[in-house]
Design a protein around this ligand. Structure first.
Ligand code: 6A9
Length: 829
């Protein structure tokens, strides 16, 4: 009766501009205000364009209080650096940001900011970056040395130092250092590194009156002579090693350090400020330049990237930057309030700042990655064969054959800047909920980038480890991706959120949904609001390539990939399933893990079996079908709508037939025992909640009350800090790696709140009052606990302890944990 989706639709033609690398280029050209950005969230600070093989810039620093700082140079974000928080306090995702880095070990609070000008210029315009240091405790030693590097990644580019320098001599610090270059798509530019003092010839107003002044603990004469100068070096390095700029800098520092050791002897080394300085040597054809400035006390220096095509009058000075940053942060605060509307909800200024930090950190975590991934198209896990012997058989499973793919690109937000700085598929749906609420078009740009990665089969890898830099952060055993394995389809939630925003905008302009589906839609919100909208305009917009039209074929292919490859077996002899096809099983399971599910070590059937059925995937597929129907409706694809609606109805029906346990009064996985008898696999936890979280249960479902009870029961999933992943009554609670076996995950509470707010607490039915009460308390609990932890530690965490609420695992985990800001604002797309 039902298609098994083995063949792709003939009309599934994918416009070539969606998949070609030129398309990405065209896209970068199209949205010039997104060309430059802090797109290396894996380092503390630096700007790059979202172009492969282009220009990289970055900041590194270490403490000069003694020789140990040198070994702990700060560059790549690391949880080993002992920072008391590093947070984008402002970041609008396009033109401006201010980050605070609390380097307690070095007794400095750094403020790094950037601001772009002339951004509608097709080459991305110009920008300024500011680095300020403020001594935290003036009673303690404070001396820091900073490095700003600029490097080209391609042979078609060039770079050169325009400032005169002699090896070993340095440059007077009042003098700006200029690096000029030319890079394809960016054109000609000059980078100026200067201190505000130098620019104005008088004391600047930033409270950094200590610039260059030796503090009491330094050996005055030495410091004044050498560290008060700016030092540089330039070197030709292999283009593919540019991301290791820190190592290149360290190597250059070694030249002078070794000379000093010979001169003074290891026992009598002078102040590190004297010996730890760059060589001032510039090799011919240098591709990387670093500029070093050393400070004791407070300081500020600025880096200006002046594009040759930006009108002179639009270029920034230090004084202009100070003003522009202030104006931008005030504008941000106004925009933040009008977008999230937290003040009327009675939140304190500190709580509002918390939500602002979260919002800035999700946009500040956006990165651009390019390069090869590693994919194994040959291997299958022993449990993935359709006949599950449980024994490894090379005939069935193939030999491992990991291969690098063609280079690809991804524009994506990231879960955690220090330990997971790359794209993760199911995390991204949550990121986009947040980003989309802030800047619709930015979220579409990211969405489009991910959708491009969906391959011919409809598959996209769960973890996007593109290029050597990204790969350097992943242990060997975790690098390979397998084309049989999926991950929860959350990107579709972002598409759905977009459709809702679009419909809301259009309705605001008095156009009904019928007109909309006839005329199709435009992607550009601003065009919608600004232009005098008429039916004629809408019709002409429809003639263009609208966003939904553009992505639909790939989404459909993706949907069909899930249906085809993750299908479960229904055993007809002991199941009363209404549909004989709608059942699902995650591929890629091992005995202990189902990484594909995203819930890694959550307990499943004790013996892996090809007859297993997974209720979380079943629910995701229901949600996927429902959302595809919604998109197809907007696009006026009526046949497809019918198909998705049929799938959806069957999935909802089979949810009850296959996954509801009468005995346990709970939704459960299912499996098959040795004598081929089916049984339920019940572990009270997140998996049991999916039918509710993804709104598959009708508001008057006879099972809804039981699911709500489980969720709200303090003996099971309810904690004062959010919902536990597993009930303390479960035998696996807190066991093993204890990743998804009890700890509280913010984004799962977000999904619950979303379902409650959008459906169960707002639709009349027998459980509405209870749903309302749970909604209010859960929201309060999660917001309060994450806020408390944030004020205590300066961090947002990957998960929270189910017993005492303290933050655990990755930090700063400003990926899906940032949805706390949406909870506060009650934005649940
Ligand atoms: C493995 C170890 C430094 C695990 O947030 C990203 C993902 C989630 O999608 C998933 O649901 N995290 C969750 O269970 C982190 C994934 C890290 C994988 C890297 C290598 C690296 O150690």
């Amino acid at each position: 009766q039902d298609d098994l989706d083995d063949d792709l639709d003939s009309d599934d033609s994918i416009p070539s501009f969606v998949k070609s690398p030129e398309a990405v280029q065209a896209q970068a050209d199209a949205d010039a205000s997104l060309l430059w950005g802090t797109y290396r969230p894996q380092i503390y600070f630096g700007l790059r364009p979202r172009l492969p093989d282009s220009l990289l810039t970055g900041l590194a620093w270490f403490g000069l209080q003694d020789y140990s700082g040198f070994q702990k140079m700060r560059h790549q974000c690391s949880d080993q650096d002992g920072m008391k928080g590093f947070t984008w306090k402002y970041h609008d995702g396009r033109e401006f940001g201010i980050q605070e880095i609390n380097d307690n070990v070095n007794n400095y609070r750094l403020e790094t900011s950037f601001l772009k000008v002339d951004t509608s210029n097709s080459n991305g315009g110009s920008w300024a970056a500011r680095v300020s240091g403020i001594v935290m405790d003036p009673a303690k030693p404070a001396a820091l040395t900073t490095f700003w590097y600029t490097a080209i990644e391609s042979l078609g580019s060039s770079l050169g130092l325009e400032t005169d320098i002699e090896p070993g001599s340095g440059i007077e610090r009042q003098e700006p250092v200029r690096v000029a270059g030319t890079v394809p798509k960016l054109g000609d530019f000059v980078l100026r590194i200067e201190e505000p003092d130098a620019a104005h010839g008088n004391a600047n107003t930033d409270g950094n009156q200590f610039i260059g002044r030796p503090s009491a603990n330094t050996q005055a004469g030495d410091f004044a002579d050498t560290a008060s100068k700016t030092h540089v070096f330039g070197k030709r390095i292999p283009t593919e090693s540019v991301w290791k700029a820190k190592d290149v800098i360290l190597n250059d520092l070694m030249i002078n350090l070794q000379q000093s050791a010979e001169t003074f002897g290891h026992e009598n080394m002078p102040d590190p400020a004297v010996t730890l300085r760059l060589s001032d040597q510039v090799a011919p054809g240098s591709t990387l330049f670093a500029v070093q400035k050393s400070f004791s006390g407070n300081f500020t220096f600025d880096v200006f990237y002046d594009s040759a095509t930006t009108p002179k009058g639009a270029l920034l000075s230090s004084a202009g930057l100070t003003q522009a940053l202030r104006a931008a942060s005030e504008a941000y605060d106004r925009r933040f309030e009008s977008t999230l509307r937290l003040a009327p909800k009675g939140y304190s200024p500190q709580q509002i700042e918390f939500a602002r930090d979260l919002t800035s950190s999700i946009t500040g975590g956006i990165g651009f990655y390019h390069g090869s991934a590693i994919v194994d198209r040959a291997f299958r896990h022993e449990y993935d064969a359709e006949v599950g012997s449980g024994v490894y058989d090379p005939e069935v499973h193939g030999q491992a054959d990991p291969q690098p793919t063609e280079p690809d690109q991804l524009f994506t937000a990231t879960p955690c800047r220090n330990i997971f700085p790359r794209g993760f598929y199911w995390d991204e749906g949550f990121h986009l909920a947040h980003i989309g609420a802030w800047d619709n078009d930015l979220s579409l740009d990211i969405l489009r980038s991910w959708i491009r990665l969906i391959d011919e089969d409809g598959w996209v890898a769960r973890e996007q480890i593109l290029g050597d830099e990204a790969r350097s952060r992943v242990p060997d055993g975790f690098q390979t991706q397998y084309p049989q394995y999926g991950n929860p389809p959350t990107l579709i939630l972002a598409v759905s959120a977009y459709v809702d925003r679009l419909v809301a905008r259009i309705e605001k302009r008095g156009l009904d949904a019928a007109t909309l589906s006839q005329q199709h839609v435009v992607a550009d919100f601003d065009a919608l609001d600004d232009a005098p909208m008429s039916e004629r305009m809408l019709a002409s917009a429809a003639l263009g390539q609208t966003f939904l039209h553009e992505i639909y074929p790939k989404l459909r292919r993706h949907y069909r990939w899930f249906r085809r490859t993750q299908r479960g077996e229904i055993r007809e002899w002991d199941r009363e399933a209404r549909s004989k096809t709608e059942a699902y099983r995650w591929r890629g399971r091992t005995k202990e893990h189902v990484l594909a599910s995203g819930l890694d070590d959550y307990p499943r059937a004790p013996v892996p079996h090809t007859g297993e059925l997974h209720v979380d995937l079943h629910s995701w597929m229901g949600s996927f079908a429902e959302t595809m129907a919604k998109i197809a409706r907007v696009l006026g694809r009526d046949d497809d709508v019918d198909e998705y609606e049929r799938h959806y109805a069957d999935i909802v029906a089979n949810l009850e037939d296959l996954h509801w346990s009468e005995a346990k009064q709970m939704y459960c996985d299912a499996s098959v025992d040795e004598s081929d008898q089916s049984y339920h696999v019940c572990h009270a936890g997140y998996v049991s909640l999916f039918p509710l979280m993804l709104e598959l249960l009708p508001a008057d479902s006879p099972h809804l009350g039981h699911v709500l009870d489980l969720l709200a029961d303090p003996d099971h999933l309810w904690s004062p800090f959010g919902i536990r992943s597993l009930s303390p009554k479960d035998e696996f609670f807190g066991q093993g790696d204890n990743y998804w076996r009890g700890p509280v995950w913010v984004h799962m509470s977000y999904l619950c709140l979303r379902a409650l707010r959008n459906k169960y607490a707002t639709t009349s039915g027998p459980h509405q009052a209870k749903a309302q009460q749970i909604y209010n308390t859960l929201r309060q609990n999660v917001v309060n606990n994450t806020f408390t932890q944030y004020t205590q530690t300066g961090y947002v965490f990957e998960q929270y302890n189910p017993a005492d609420g303290h933050g655990q695992r990755g930090y700063p985990f400003t990926g899906w944990s940032s949805t706390v800001a949406l909870m506060m604002a009650e934005i649940f797309p």
